[in-house]
Write a protein that binds this ligand. Sequence first.
Ligand code: PEP
Ligand code: MG
Length: 904
Amino acid sequence: MKYVYSFGDGKADGKTDMKNLLGGKGANLAEMNHLGIPVPPGFTLTTDVCTHYYNHNLIFPEELETQVVEALKNIETIMDSGFGDTENPLLVSVRSGARQSMPGMMETVLNVGLTTTTIPGLIEKTGNSRFVYDAYRRLIMMYADVVMEKATGIKLADGQGIRQKMERIIDTFKKENRLKDDTDLSAEQWKEISESFKVEIKNNLGSEFPDDPRDQLWGGIKAVFQSWNGNRAISYRRIENIPDEWGTAVNVQAMVFGNMGKNSATGVAFTRNPATGENHFYGEWLPNAQGEDVVAGLRTPNPLNEDTKTVDTQSLSSLESSMSALYSQLIEIRTNLEAHYRDMQDIEFTIQDGRLWMLQTRVGKRNGAAAIKMAVDMFNEGLIDKKTALLRVKPEQLDELLHPVMDTESEQNATILATGLPAGPGSATGRLVFTADDAEAWHGRGEQVILLREETSPEDVHGMHVAEAILTAKGGMTSHAALVARGWGKCCIVGCSDLHINLEQKEVQIGETVLKEGDWISMNGTTGKIYGGQLKLIPANPETHNEYKHLMAWADDARKLKIRTNAETPADAKQAIQFGAEGIGLCRTEHMFFDDTRIMAMRKMILAENPKERRSAVMELLPYQKNDFKGIFKAMKGFPVTIRLLDPPLHEFMTLTEPQVHDLANHVNLDKSEVEKRIANLHELNPMLGHRGCRLGIVYPEITEMQARAILEAATELTAEGVAVLPEIMIPLVGTATEFIHQETIVRDVAKKVMKEKGITLDYLVGTMIELPRACLTADEIAEKAEFFSFGTNDLTQTTYGFSRDDIGSFLPSYLDNKILSQDPFQSLDVKGVGKLLSMAVESGRKVNSNLKIGICGEHGGDPASIHFCKHNGLDYVSCSPFRVPIARLAAAQAELQIKASKV
Ligand code: PEP
Ligand code: MG
């Protein structure tokens, strides 16, 4: 079995499509060799090694050692040096690399191979003892932290970790010797510090820092595999839905140094701007530095080229002007990579003593607006076809274009507290919190928060995820905060140096202003401006984004699945039409009863003692309903409108305070005690499975009559005015064909009467929600009468699992942690169970009625994976909330393309 894949000197065992085995980093390092791009030689230990390691009690496969030794020899030959050689030592890096990039979530060890016996050789070779001892102390720090502490599971107290202890040793040393920066320390001083480190390690971790290069190498390899199961990596996988079984690969590669003097440098770049999508080479670099210095945000990085300089970076020299020949080489590589991968790449490079090396290329993360622009631009440039362009944008990314922006007027009147780098566009407002844990806790209490940090680290991801926006005092556009926020399409401002954070007091000083935990701030992530207080946000208007319009037009051409919306007000209906909705899939009429006058009439109806009283109360609601329906029909411009008859258990209208009971008693002319008695009578032990849905209309047919009349009067009156209408009347929570027939008969009788009264004939449909397992199992019987089915997958999920949709929060986290469920079935359709019922119902329903119109109106109608499933099962439409409509349009197009491709 081959566990180790070598690369270097223009040759490689692997290639780009071997990501599952070699991880993204390993596969692309191999591919760059095939492309003739300079890459330090190395080798990749496959993800199979990781799987084996975890399946065999943390033991590596037997063949591994010999294969590693062989691969190491290959590096030695190419680099003309020896691992552990005392005269000409080779140093290597050990890095993780999973199938899907997990930035900063796993560990890295650099400078492996430096020992007391190889140090003199490297000093001789480089003529730079300061550089060598600096590299040595970095190795010790990383190794002790990653290999000796984290990977072994030793848990030192908070703030007492070995890395922090070593950092304190450096600080004390600098203070005692009156030195300011790390760069002020000499070779001798770093050597002295390294010795103190070793003592500290022995004292705290109980073992010696290894002085044998092979021990270091295997320690590093093990630790990186071990970090696949570190807390950070696990929580990132949960958020990103990355399966635990994938495992990571490990890359061992010859070290190249960007900190070897003034002819050395290091940088990161994107082949196009990841925040706007513009076709500009965009990046940051630092002369005489190591890669970690750029990402850590401790030094402000220089801009890569002249035309991406900003006011803040104007005075810093670009790579283009400082090392123009190397910059030209980098430009050539950029062109080469984009032409080959046909996508924007995120690259890392190092210049060692005037020679350029590429350390990484991968498909770059980008925000939604940029993803759309790049997809459309690349199609126009002839780099990709339309289908690829459509598949390039994740449907959820459209969300970012739909995110709020700041209201111009309120922004103009607000005072700017500070300005930072605009790392993630869009605007946000929230209450300040200072730690990721606090962000999570406040968010859990229903608060909207903004997470403020000095700089973020992968330990903060859980807090970043729940925050409305992220703000940091340090870091550049490629810092951790910027990358993570961009990936999620979150508003983010970084490198705002005017923020002086006092973590202990949980407050921040900005100029004269002091803000405390819980204070409101607002951020404009597009301009980098920060304001005190809660500014007004307005919804974004994606229609102003040209490339968005192109992409959505392509999506509409590519899809057949119709997209409707769930809406019960004309305003929502209009919004949905603007977003491209092609009808209403669910109008929940109960939502129309909640204003002061209507709720009184509703309550009067509920309290009625006999059909006559009830009919009279219910008829009070008719004019309101009719008016509402007219508004909605008009807004929908002739598109179909599915209106559902009353569905919820009646007690939902009857949660009353003392004074409300009093008012109601007056209104209905009853004793307060009588009202209380009747309310108590409504109590059900299990209302979700109680007197609700069509059971209401069956017991109180006057409700169905009133609603049917309101719908049909609205429709006929509008028809008379020349307005096109297409009503579809939907019976909720049907479990038997007889229930449906009972309600359908009432609706059709009313329809006949109304049409006769108005002298107008009208097309309308009567259909049903399919939201109970029994309805799925007897769909053929129901379809004999029903003209359409609409899957209510909220209730269908509830009744299939027997999970209360309102209470799942109490056990879902445990279910996810224990892998009993892989995702919340109320968010993404459970294909195996609920999906099976849905497929059965579609098949047996269409068997008896081939014209049966079928859609879905549960929350899943806006979830891309569920939309894919619906398309696959031959549904005619999905219906979702207005703001999900664009997402559903794109997801439907992608499903169409993917299903077509899978059939070829
Ligand atoms: C459903 O159950 O999926 C549905 C759409 O109806 P509601 O959420 O109103 O119960
Ligand atoms: Mg329902």
